[in-house]
Design a protein around this ligand. Structure first.
Ligand SMILES: Cc1cc2nc3c(=O)[nH]c(=O)nc-3n(C[C@H](O)[C@H](O)[C@H](O)COP(=O)(O)O)c2cc1C
Length: 140
């Protein structure tokens, strides 16, 4: 089982989620690559059994617009039939960006293999555990 994780993180919260997800997936036996979106290649990123994508809520309940949104645009035409898992950190909202993002990926033909994971600010205690469990779940 090969998993690629691609993320954007401004202040490190989504990065911390990505690292915990990597840990959970590796502990479950998967081979995992972790890549910041600024150095991700669209076709290489999709070359895995499961692709986990992480981005916090930015702007006003949207994906980060200068690097992550263009990356999503670049893969959107190729995610049909692909297994994806979405995650990200947020501050004060109620997760609208993640709902919109999930619907967008499903409309593009992707399968979301687990329920998307949102964490308020940095993952700690229970939410850190949720990240590890998310990693284990996508490695199944
Ligand atoms: C420019 C900007 C816009 C943001 N917009 C939202 C928002 O619309 N809704 C929300 O819940 N949080 C919003 N946040 C808060 C971030 O989602 C939150 O701080 C998150 O933990 C950042 O994750 P990161 O450390 O991975 O960058 C915003 C933060 C910034 C800097």
């Amino acid at each position: 089982m090969r998993i690629n994780i691609v993320y954007w993180s401004g202040t490190g919260n989504t990065k911390a989620m990505a690292e915990l997800i990597q840990q959970g997936a590796q502990d479950a036996g998967a081979a995992v690559t972790l890549t910041e979106v600024s150095s991700a290649d669209a076709s290489a990123a999709l070359d895995a059994d499961v692709v986990a994508l992480g981005c916090p809520s930015m702007g006003s309940e949207v994906l980060e617009e200068s690097e992550f949104e263009p990356f999503i645009v670049s893969i959107e035409g190729s995610v049909g039939g692909k297994k994806l898992a979405l995650f990200g950190s947020y501050g004060w909202g109620i997760g609208e960006w993640m709902r919109d993002w999930g619907e967008r990926m499903k409309k593009a033909g992707a399968e979301l293999v687990v329920e998307s994971l949102i964490v308020n600010d940095e993952p700690r205690d229970n939410t850190a555990r949720q990240c590890i469990d998310f990693g284990a779940a996508i490695a199944r």
